[in-house]
Design a protein around this ligand. Structure first.
Ligand SMILES: Nc1ncnc2c1ncn2[C@@H]1O[C@H](COP(=O)(O)OP(=O)(O)OP(=O)(O)O)[C@@H](O)[C@H]1O
Ligand SMILES: [Mg+2]
Length: 154
């Protein structure tokens, strides 16, 4: 699944479409957000966290590694692996204990093994003046989710 995102508002709108396809219960979901510097990962993550019901700011987890949110629908763990250099370091951030909510991971390529436990990979890339988003279902429930996302042009 691939969609062109002409401006920041389109990136945010796509995040809201993903929210619309997610189940009410966020427990046990892992979504990977790939893309080079400035591709729009944090824009997408912020819009998704807001769409899921968080009203306040969404600070970058670059230094804290994990920013947790407790919402009516469950927890969200916004994770940034930019400063992580190996899979072993995932234990330091308590990865294993974060499965009671949605793990939303920026720079997942720092820990390639995550692809085996994740549900969805979203890849953002520069395209013209905007960006392109590509979605890959990594698990059965991830593929089922993709079938529910509105991918009509934005
Ligand atoms: N579809 C789009 N078209 C054009 N600009 C966009 C689009 N989506 C986001 N942007 C802009 O790109 C810039 C970088 O976005 P953002 O900070 O979300 O990227 P990032 O992938 O998190 O980068 P980094 O890896 O450096 O943290 C922002 O100014 C944002 O407004
Ligand atoms: Mg960012």
């Amino acid at each position: 699944m691939r969609l062109y995102l002409g401006d920041e508002a389109a990136t945010q709108a796509l995040a809201r479409r993903l929210k619309a396809a997610l189940p009410a219960e966020l427990e046990g979901w892992t979504i990977l957000l790939e893309g080079e510097l400035g591709a729009g990962k944090s824009t997408f993550a912020r819009a998704l966290i807001h769409a899921l019901g968080h009203a306040g700011p969404v600070p970058s987890p670059t230094y804290t590694l994990v920013e947790p949110y407790t919402l009516g629908s469950g927890s969200i763990y916004h994770i940034d692996l930019y400063r992580v250099s190996s899979e072993d370091e995932l234990e330091f951030l308590g990865w294993g204990e974060l499965d009671d909510g949605l793990r939303l991971v920026e720079w997942p390529d720092r820990a390639p093994g995550l692809a085996d436990v994740a549900d969805l990979r979203i890849r953002l890339a520069y395209e013209g003046d905007g960006r392109a988003a590509e979605f890959f279902g990594l698990s059965q429930k991830g593929r089922e989710l993709l079938a529910r996302v509105d991918f009509s042009p934005l």
